[in-house]
Design a protein around this ligand. Structure first.
Ligand SMILES: *[C@@H]1O[C@H](CO)[C@@H](O)[C@H](O)[C@H]1NC(C)=O
Length: 240
């Protein structure tokens, strides 16, 4: 059966509106941001400091990201809608602008780390951290990070994202600063305020010095699969 273009567009638009998040920073200094958010929340419980407006805490940037970035544009260019792409037989792991490495300017440097060290990814929860979740059932799913196993080597397709290449896995909102802080409030009238979601990733101790490409993948339940790949982001880390 072939779905009409209209059906496809409706599906993709519905999917798009339902949930999307992408890695906006590869290595974020979380502590001072959370302090700002806690202080902001005391003044206005629905409007804490938004990490999007604190690029000074970002020490490493993803591929093709501007600083400052326009999140409305990024959500359609560098965020990769896997479901919509697979529907068109495109199994790429990354969005087109993130598919190859390009040198990054001084305003958006590549993250640097030591082998065995950590990086702290940041992405927006965008209302999906609890309650309605990513799929309407309260489960925001999980986030994973993959690595090809050697430097300057790309993970190109979804088939490259396997148990063997996975280096980290966590719940989508394990590290989330969400308001209201009361976790029993799952679906507040004004929407969940959760722009500050993080994933702390311990890098493999056997990474050799040089540039390494990584893929972040957010999976959550679709109509048929409990843990379907949905959105991805691609970035590099320089191991010193
Ligand atoms: C759900 O996800 C699986 C695995 O990615 C995919 O094969 C399937 O087409 C998806 N179903 C829908 C309805 O999107």
């Amino acid at each position: 059966m072939q779905l009409s273009v209209f059906t496809y567009l409706s599906l993709s638009v519905a999917g798009f509106a339902a949930a999307h998040s992408w890695v906006e920073c590869v290595d974020f200094d979380k502590a001072p941001q959370i302090k700002l958010m806690e202080e902001g929340a005391k003044k206005n419980p629905v409007d804490p400091a938004d990490p999007v407006f604190h690029p000074e805490f970002c020490k490493g940037w993803p591929r093709a990201k501007d600083n400052p970035g326009n999140w409305q544009v990024e959500g359609t260019t560098i965020a990769w809608n896997i479901n919509a792409a697979v529907f068109l037989n495109d199994r790429s792991a990354c969005s087109p602008p993130q598919r190859e490495f390009k040198p990054q300017g001084p305003n958006t440097p590549i993250a640097t780390a030591k082998a065995g060290g950590t990086i702290t990814l940041r992405y927006g929860g965008n209302g999906h951290s609890r309650g309605k979740g990513a799929n309407g059932n309260g489960d925001p799913g999980n986030v994973q990070v993959f690595w090809a196993g050697k430097k300057e080597t790309e993970l190109k397709t979804l088939d490259d994202l396997t148990d063997k290449t996975r280096i980290a896995k966590a719940g989508f909102s394990d590290e989330s600063f969400a308001l209201p802080a009361d976790k029993s409030v799952v679906d507040p009238d004004f929407g969940l305020i959760d722009k500050g979601n993080w994933m702390t990733v311990t890098l493999p101790a056997n990474m050799e010095p040089g540039r390494h490409m990584l893929v972040w993948l957010w999976s959550f339940k679709n109509e048929t699969v409990s843990n379907a790949p949905q959105w991805s982001s691609c970035f590099d880390v320089i191991i010193s």
